[in-house]
Design a protein around this ligand. Structure first.
Ligand SMILES: O=C(O)CCC(=O)C(=O)O
Ligand SMILES: [Fe+2]
Length: 148
């Protein structure tokens, strides 16, 4: 099965944001994004969208850029549940150089500055690696600023 996605704050579908109604972006989630940016790249951050992706054991995500947002605000990614092999590449092409990173439950990953448009994807989910007591699968939440 492929990744299943829920949008908060604003509706997104490949390859654009639309004004179809969705649930609001919770304030605590925007606050978490602000803290992540303040402690990494620095500076203000006012996300207006979260994309919540669910991956089952077999789900993957191909190499892509997050390029539908206006402006250059960072993307903040939060991982929960099973770990995954996340491939973080370069802004020029889907091919090498890239780095494979194991993202664990609770990890935050911030892409901004020269890495904002880096190609990236999820190679595989590592079943059974999530915190004890959580349901199977992986949730990834990316915070973004869609408007300029
Ligand atoms: O699941 C991830 O870690 C990445 C998700 C992603 O790249 C996206 O939603 O655009
Ligand atoms: Fe992405």
């Amino acid at each position: 099965m492929s990744v299943r996605t829920v949008c908060l704050g604003r509706y997104w579908r490949p390859y654009r944001y639309t004004d179809e109604p969705v649930q609001p972006l919770p304030g605590w989630l925007a606050e978490l994004g602000r803290a992540a940016v303040a402690q990494t790249l620095g500076g203000p951050y006012d996300p207006d969208v979260a994309l919540v992706n669910f991956y089952d054991d077999a789900a993957t995500m191909g190499m892509h850029q997050d390029a539908d947002e206006r402006g250059s605000a960072p993307v903040v990614s939060l991982s929960l549940g099973d770990a995954c092999v996340f491939r973080f590449g370069n802004p020029h092409s889907r091919s090498r150089p890239w780095t494979d990173v194991r993202l664990e439950s609770g990890d935050l990953f911030v892409f901004g500055g020269p890495s904002r448009l880096a190609f990236h994807g999820v190679r595989r989910i590592l079943p059974g690696t999530g915190p004890h007591g959580l349901l199977a699968g992986r949730l990834n939440i990316t915070l973004r600023r869609s408007r300029p």
